[in-house]
Design a protein around this ligand. Structure first.
Ligand code: GLC
Length: 798
């Protein structure tokens, strides 16, 4: 069963059944002002921070994503009313046609009811703190129609805590008023706590007091003002506030009209220029076109045409979009992460950064620098931190958020608690993402920049990298394997002083990247030193972690091995096996066996499970994972994030059919026709899909905000299609299914564009037998060409 389809031409997903089983999310805004909305315009907006500077209210974890940013229409002859985005009025779907088009940083809600065709497009222009609701109405009937249009949103008390607890102060601290067509909302004790709401027309009515507009014992489904067709003209201090502007209009048969509403940051005076500018619909069209160009510039840096349409749609549009949303919103805004946790997660952000250096080098660099400042001089990262604490430009200042209720920068002693807070994997990812950033941009001077440590002192970026590698070299258990500490990548595997196989493999991978980088920049002495460390890591892994048919997951503090053939639960684990192979620790034979075990024990048609069978008995030596429901989250679900590691591993082994089988299983696109099982949107990877040990096997949860997006993009582009930048060349090394005869990639790299055609006449999975640049044979990858130039590359497999 499907609820919509992909419109690749317009880069939209069209939800043509809006009663999706769960909310289908989109992200509006690419800068300071942002909104998270679903397919019925439910959701919320914020300025910079959903925790400290929310604009509209959200009732988290309620049955519907509400309230939203909605427009009511009322037929003033019959008194019938409805909303353009279906909810909140929620008409019978057999009598009214609703559609939602989720596009890149905008959503369009369409409705056809009572012979009135209506559309509401919500967008936030690139660099302006104003949310626009562009509303088009058309009379599709034979008679003139008298209509009322009402906007509606509910203002927040600006902080998630104030919206959700103890209202004895906040209820009496917010105020609104209306003047010259503009609503101004304020929190009395915040100097800059203002928003405004206006429209492209002179309103015929307004309401700013929520409870007056809705009426007692009613809600957004049946507001009293809409029902009676007249606003109350309410505003004032104290209480809860909303933004309602009413326009009465008459449309003759066939007539079309366009009106707009604007929600902006700042006092009433800030509204004037935007109101003037966007009262002209051409300027809205321009803002829309600018947004499209913003995304086009990113997406065209890697475009692909393969025999796999799902892969094309994903890589060309949605997967990169999701990865970019992640680097921007870093787990702090969704319907699940409802805004109470701002700041950067060290491990998640480090990994997110790996996927976007080609499409968003500035953001990637900014994140790398923020993370480097969040590193302690001991070499571990602060697991979750506010980058503002360490921002040199804000030293000594309070938080960056404009709200004066900003949290002050704590003392270093309150931030850095020592190793008991450290996760064993966090900082290792950063080494990998710095290496990737340099491969993409060639900016080796980054290594010499001086950056502070979270606990004081400073060092170059290169020194930071060494400290990370040294930390993992030092924090090892009795077998020479990295300690698990508070957690490794798996938050629920809490091995403490026990050992984590995955982290040792990860350490080896980070060392490998660092050694190559050191050689490239001429630091041969360091390269040699760390090659010795890498060898010791590899030997320890192969001596202690091999179980005969696969690699174990770790060793508990008391010396028990986890993930062995004699275990009845948690027998085979995905992370350790995929990393053993991808990192290069496993040799060919062990690698094949390990990944065969992954296929045998962990494969499902919806992707690879994290471990199997799931744990059923609490075992605190292993960790919280043993207390999670079987088949859910970290305990035996199809946790999406590590799935691409297995694609990379298979690509390393040269098994393109297997790699693509794994890729397709997880691909949301391929589940478009199975929404009764998947439930969540088919255009975003979800954090997890319920595993075999759960009755809802195949149900996906927790969309958008997940490391799967970055990794899926990285693995598919770099390792399946095999187009990956190196320090001084572009490597072309695909690993594809045998039955692919050819594919094409257009890839921008260091300012030049490469049109890459890959042919597979012998139907192999891997191995380039001929490589040509503009018709001439090249030996080992494509050397960087002049910026601004365009080239043809031919790779023939065989
Ligand atoms: C969540 C966390 C991530 C962690 C993963 C596995 O996605 O954001 O940091 O690695 O769970 O536990």
């Amino acid at each position: 069963m499907r609820y919509g389809y992909f419109d690749n031409q317009n880069r939209e997903y069209i939800v043509d059944r809006v009663d999706t089983p769960v909310s289908w999310t989109n992200y509006i805004g690419v800068n300071d002002m942002c909104a998270v909305l679903n397919q019925t315009a439910g959701g919320y907006s914020f300025y910079q921070s959903p925790q400290y500077h929310r604009i509209t209210r959200f009732r988290p974890n309620a049955p519907m994503e509400s309230p939203g940013h909605c427009v009511y229409l009322r037929d003033d002859d019959t008194g019938k009313y409805w909303s353009i985005s279906w909810q909140p009025v929620g008409m019978d779907l057999n009598r009214a046609k609703y559609t939602c088009r989720h596009g890149l940083s905008y959503s369009k809600f369409l409705c056809d009811y009572q012979k009135i065709r209506a559309a509401q497009t919500i967008l936030i222009p690139l660099n302006e703190p104003v949310e626009i609701w562009d509303v088009v109405l058309e009379n599709d009937s034979e008679r003139p129609r008298r209509l009322s249009v009402f906007s509606y949103l509910e203002f927040s008390f600006h902080q998630i805590d104030m919206d959700n607890q103890n209202f004895q102060m906040s209820l009496y601290a917010a105020g609104s008023d209306y003047e010259d067509g503009v609503i101004e909302y304020d929190l009395h004790y915040e100097e800059q706590g203002y928003q405004w709401f206006a429209s492209s027309f002179e309103p015929d009515g307004f309401d700013c007091l929520r409870d007056r507009f809705l009426g007692s014992y009613r809600d957004e489904r049946n507001p009293q003002a809409v029902e009676r067709g007249e606003c109350f003209g309410s505003c004032g201090t104290t209480g809860n506030h909303c933004a309602v502007l009413q326009k009465k209009l008459t449309l003759s048969p066939g007539e079309k009209t366009r009106v707009a509403f604007f929600l902006g940051e700042g006092k009433r005076a800030a509204a004037a220029p935007y109101r003037k500018k966007y009262a002209n619909p051409e300027n809205i069209d321009r803002a829309f076109a600018d947004l499209a160009k913003f995304w086009d510039d990113k997406l065209t840096r890697f475009q692909v045409q393969t025999p796999n349409p799902g892969m094309d749609t994903s890589l060309n549009i949605w997967n990169l979009y999701q990865a970019e949303v992640n680097i921007m919103f870093s787990r702090f805004a969704s319907f699940i992460e409802v805004g109470g946790r701002t700041g950067l997660g060290f491990r998640d952000t480090s990994q997110d950064a790996m996927a976007v250096p080609h499409s968003n080098p500035q953001k990637c660099r900014q994140r790398l620098m923020q993370l480097l400042r969040g590193l302690t001089s001991e070499g571990y990262g602060l697991h979750l931190f506010q980058p503002e604490w360490f921002d040199p430009e804000r030293k000594g200042e309070r938080q960056s958020f404009q709200s004066p209720t900003m949290i002050p920068t704590p003392d270093r002693s309150e931030i850095v608690h020592g190793i008991k807070d450290a996760c064993s994997d966090d900082a290792l990812w950063l080494v990998g993402s710095i290496v990737e950033y340099i491969k993409e941009t060639g900016e080796i001077s980054l290594l010499n920049e001086t950056v502070s440590y979270a606990d004081g002192g400073d060092g170059t970026v290169y020194e930071h990298m060494k400290r990370i590698l040294d930390f993992s070299g030092r924090e090892i258990g009795p077998d020479g394997i990295c300690k698990g500490l508070r957690a490794d990548w798996n938050d629920c595997l809490n091995l403490g002083g026990g050992e984590s196989a995955m982290v040792s493999f990860l350490h080896f991978w980070a060392l490998d990247g660092f050694i190559q980088l050191s050689r490239f920049v001429g630091k041969t002495q360091e390269a040699e030193t760390y090659a010795v460390m890498a060898k010791a890591v590899k030997d320890a892994c192969n001596d202690h972690l091999w179980d005969g048919k696969w690699y174990i997951r770790g060793i508990t503090e008391s010396g028990r091995k986890i993930g062995t053939c004699s275990d009845r639960e948690g027998k085979v684990h995905l992370e350790s096996n995929a990393w053993a192979v991808f990192s290069g620790v496993a040799d060919g034979e062990r690698g094949m066996l390990a990944m065969d075990s992954v296929d045998r024990y962990l494969y499902t048609p919806y992707g690879l499970m994290l471990n199997a069978p799931s744990y059923t008995k609490p075992d605190d030596e292993i960790g919280f994972v043993t207390r999670v429901y079987p088949g859910v989250k970290e305990n035996g679900s199809i946790f999406s994030h590590p799935n691409p590691w297995a694609w990379c591993a298979e690509a390393r082994l040269g098994r393109g059919d297997r790699a693509m089988k794994f890729y397709n299983a997880l691909l949301p696109y391929d589940q478009n026709e199975k929404i009764e099982i998947r439930q969540s949107e088919p255009y975003s990877y979800c954090q997890f899909v319920m595993g075999k040990d759960h009755p809802a096997f195949g149900r996906a949860r927790h969309p958008f905000m997940t490391g799967s997006a970055g990794w899926a993009y990285y693995a598919a582009t770099h390792y399946l299609l095999g187009v990956r930048p190196d320090f001084d060349r572009l490597t072309i090394d695909p690993c594809i299914p045998k039955d692919w005869a050819e594919f094409d990639v257009v890839r921008a790299w260091r300012g030049a564009v490469y049109e890459i055609h890959v042919e597979n006449p012998d139907h192999v999975c891997k191995g380039v037998k001929r490589l040509e640049l503009d018709g001439s044979a090249v030996a080992d990858g494509i050397p960087a060409q002049q910026a601004g130039s365009r080239h043809k590359v031919l790779a023939v497999l065989g």
